[in-house]
Design a protein. Structure first.
Length: 212
């Protein structure tokens, strides 16, 4: 009998000791998702690419009048990087496969002749914490672990994230880059330098590495 009581007591101690950790982990994951979804709710739909807000698990697919989009990899980041007076928050990074609607094929032909392709999407929020206008590109150079380098001019979303941003304001949007190899371990983002409205450089470019 004493032996049974001891076993029950040990089990209770073990469960009590473990429960807070499990609850905290679940709460952290829940808050993480809430931050992602809040940003997606604020984002205005892109005219060329289907909305990916519902794509949260690998192989999730969404289809609309713009085409079919399938999630291949995802990394929830929700991390803020400081570039002088600019705060660059990377919300998430996704690797996706897009089959554009026939009506949009010409739009993508300037970047690829493939009728369907893989690309990496970086969802960001840019905040200018100063009172003056700043000029910055959140992604000037994009690189993958397989060695592919893509310049900012090849962004498929065109959400207007590059260039001037007014003082005490923010922008939210996506940057997407077509890639040849989608089985990647990480991406590397290099921002532009930061310039003020007199075109003076006030902060050097930052290099950011995100692993899947």
């Amino acid at each position: 009998m004493k032996k049974q009581v001891m076993i029950v007591t040990l089990l209770l101690v073990f469960l009590i000791g473990c429960s807070p950790t499990a609850l905290n982990d679940n709460a952290a994951e829940s808050n993480h998702t809430e931050l992602d979804m809040k940003a997606y709710e604020e984002y205005l739909p892109n005219p060329q690419v289907p909305s990916d807000d519902s794509l949260q698990k690998v192989n999730d697919t969404v289809t609309d009048e713009k085409g079919e989009l399938t999630l291949k990899q995802i990394k929830h980041v929700n991390k803020t990087y400081n570039l002088g007076d600019i705060e660059l928050r990377i919300i998430d990074v996704k690797v996706m496969h897009l089959v554009p609607d026939y009506s949009l094929i010409d739009y993508f032909h300037t970047l690829t002749h493939d009728e369907e392709f893989d690309f990496v999407k970086v969802f960001v929020e840019i905040t200018n914490t100063s009172d003056e206008k700043m000029n910055v590109a959140p992604v000037a150079i994009f690189k993958t672990s397989t060695g592919e380098n893509v310049p900012w001019e090849n962004d498929i979303y065109l959400d207007g994230l590059n260039g001037e941003i007014e003082g005490n304001s923010k922008r939210l949007g996506n940057l997407g880059f077509i890639i040849e190899e989608s089985d990647i371990d990480y991406i590397e983002i290099t921002t532009s330098d930061l310039f003020n409205e007199e075109e003076e450089k006030v902060s050097k470019a930052e290099k950011i590495k995100i692993e899947f």
